[in-house]
Write a protein that binds this ligand. Structure first.
Ligand code: HEM
Length: 485
């Protein structure tokens, strides 16, 4: 077939000028976009195309088509779209892993993260810091439970993940105030970015028309540089003066060494800020969101919580029943298969992202009988794929047991996609093993140390969703906890 004889995937009609204006007026959030896309899929099938403002986006909702694209034709579907101007500003012109186009720069940046930070031997070098963060989290929860009956869990989870990722990024335990400053600027950019969407349209004009907003965006980036650059410079100085206080290799250290293959130069400070920011964002919000959803289900279904406690008692504490032992160690996690099922079920029912990051095709391709023109944006309905009733019995029910049958469940979807909370193929989240370790370690210890209960009088745990950067609980989880040991 030649590409000329095939048409674009079906979708609603596009009327130049009118449709973009309608989109701008609606300014859809992801929460509203998903039901709209579901209606379109029901009408037109598993592959649809839609013009959103100035971009044509193809959405794929079927797991076999996703496998065909991302695994079988991985090289064609692994590019990223040319970023919108705002994204370009905060990614230093595509010099971050998630925005880089599919090529040598992307490969170098991704390989650096995977080999220098995420390889199991490197990940292990941070186990002491995970223990420290866990202790800080438990102490904070305990303190909170002594002063109030109702704890808003997600704030504590977010803070803990920032402590952990900031240490991995800069190799030092920065004080509480600084952690809060970093959390504040990172979240302001991550969650607030939507507000600046208008500046992506004819930027030369809108940056003048909406000058205040443009200045606000520049200020956010400047604030980010102000908190992150001193930490990067401190690592540089320590390296030059061979002053490393500990033997930890931080992400910033690896960036100082790195050379870009195409441009044959080291990274600029601006690029290092963008890469550190990407590292912090990628590993904090996603994980704390997943943790909140999992803990919410454990509060909603106390029998699941009890089963984890039982498993820990049987498999970790053992016959001597020394329950004084308050820490479940990382080495113990391999003996907790039910806990792993709970984590997988949490990610299936509530993937932090309901889409992957936008992909783009590098050339015109005919896919499933339709034309996907060069540079068209392609995305996948991650949440819907994990809830496919042809794969999952009672897909909307939280039933961790379903994974017990499938002992070595393959989350990378290489042979077959059953769910894809981390994406699949060449752009799969490089941090998925670390993320799973964080989820298992924190859930095991949170449940072993405290009994998690719904607030008296609250009635039920509300699992409604809301989109921020990730899809979070619309009504954040509020709990009552009491020491278990
Ligand atoms: C529960 C936690 C996490 C979830 C659910 C998650 C999910 C995802 C998803 C869906 C993608 C996009 C895949 C695609 O576009 O096809 C992604 C990309 C990425 N993730 Fe994660 N992630 C998590 C944790 C982490 C961690 C801990 C790190 C590293 C510290 C990380 C680093 C990245 C990077 C660098 C990319 C861009 C990859 C590329 O474009 O090549 N993520 N992640």
């Amino acid at each position: 077939i030649t590409t000329k004889s095939v048409s674009l995937p079906p979708g609603p009609p596009h009327i130049p000028i009118i449709t973009p204006l309608l989109w701008l007026r609606k300014s859809f959030t992801q929460t509203q976009l998903v039901p709209f896309l579901r209606t379109l899929h029901a009408k037109h099938g598993p592959i649809i195309s839609l013009q959103i403002i100035f971009r044509r986006i193809v959405f794929i909702s079927d797991r076999s088509l996703a496998h065909h694209a991302l695994i079988q034709n991985s090289s064609v579907f692994s590019d990223r779209p040319i970023p919108l101007p705002n994204i370009n500003l905060i990614s230093s012109n595509q010099h971050t892993i998630n925005t880089a186009s599919y090529g040598a720069t992307w490969r170098t940046l991704r390989r650096n993260l995977a080999a220098e930070m995420l390889h199991p031997s490197r990940a292990k070098s941070f186990s002491e810091i995970r223990k420290w963060v866990l202790q800080t989290l438990l102490d904070r929860l305990k303190l909170s439970s002594e002063s109030t009956d109702s704890i808003k869990v997600v704030d504590h989870l977010q803070y803990a993940m920032f402590c952990l990722l900031v240490f991995m990024c800069f190799g030092e335990r920065v004080n509480d105030d600084k952690i809060s400053d970093i959390e504040l600027v990172q979240r302001a950019l991550l969650i607030g970015l939507n507000k600046f969407n208008i500046l992506n349209i004819f930027p030369k004009v809108t940056r003048i028309l909406f000058r205040k907003r443009w200045e606000e965006l520049l200020k956010l980036r400047k604030d980010q540089e102000d908190v992150l650059l001193p930490l990067i410079r401190a690592r540089k100085e320590a390296k030059e003066r061979r002053l490393s206080k500990n033997n930890v290799v931080s992400y910033a250290d690896t960036l100082l060494e790195l050379e870009l293959p195409e441009e044959k130069r080291k990274l600029s400070e601006d690029e290092m800020v963008s890469l550190c920011s990407e590292f912090l964002n990628a590993g904090t919000d996603t994980t704390s969101t997943a943790l909140q959803w999992i803990m919410a289900n454990l509060v909603k279904y106390p029998h699941v919580q009890d089963k984890i406690v039982e498993e820990i008692r049987d498999q970790v504490i053992g016959a001597d029943r020394n329950e004084e032992n308050k820490e479940i160690k990382e080495e113990d996690l391999q003996n907790l298969p039910y806990l792993k099922c709970v984590i997988l079920e949490g990610l299936r029912c509530h993937p932090p992202g309901h889409f992957v990051l936008p992909h783009a095709v590098k050339e015109d391709v005919v896919f499933d009988g339709y034309l996907l023109p060069k540079n068209v944006v392609v995305n996948f309905m991650v949440a819907d794929i994990g809830r496919d009733p042809s794969v999952w019995e009672d897909p909307l029910e939280f039933k961790p047991e379903r994974f017990l049958k499938d002992e070595a469940f393959d989350i990378t979807g290489t042979k077959e996609i059953k769910m894809m909370p981390f994406g699949v193929g060449r752009r799969i989240c490089p941090g998925y093993n670390l993320a799973l370790l964080h989820l298992e370690y924190f859930v095991a210890n949170l449940v072993w140390n405290f009994n998690w209960k719904i607030l008296e009088g609250a009635g039920y745990v509300d699992l409604s969703e809301k989109t921020e950067f990730t899809v979070v609980m619309k009504n954040p989880l509020q709990v009552h906890i009491s020491p278990r040991i």
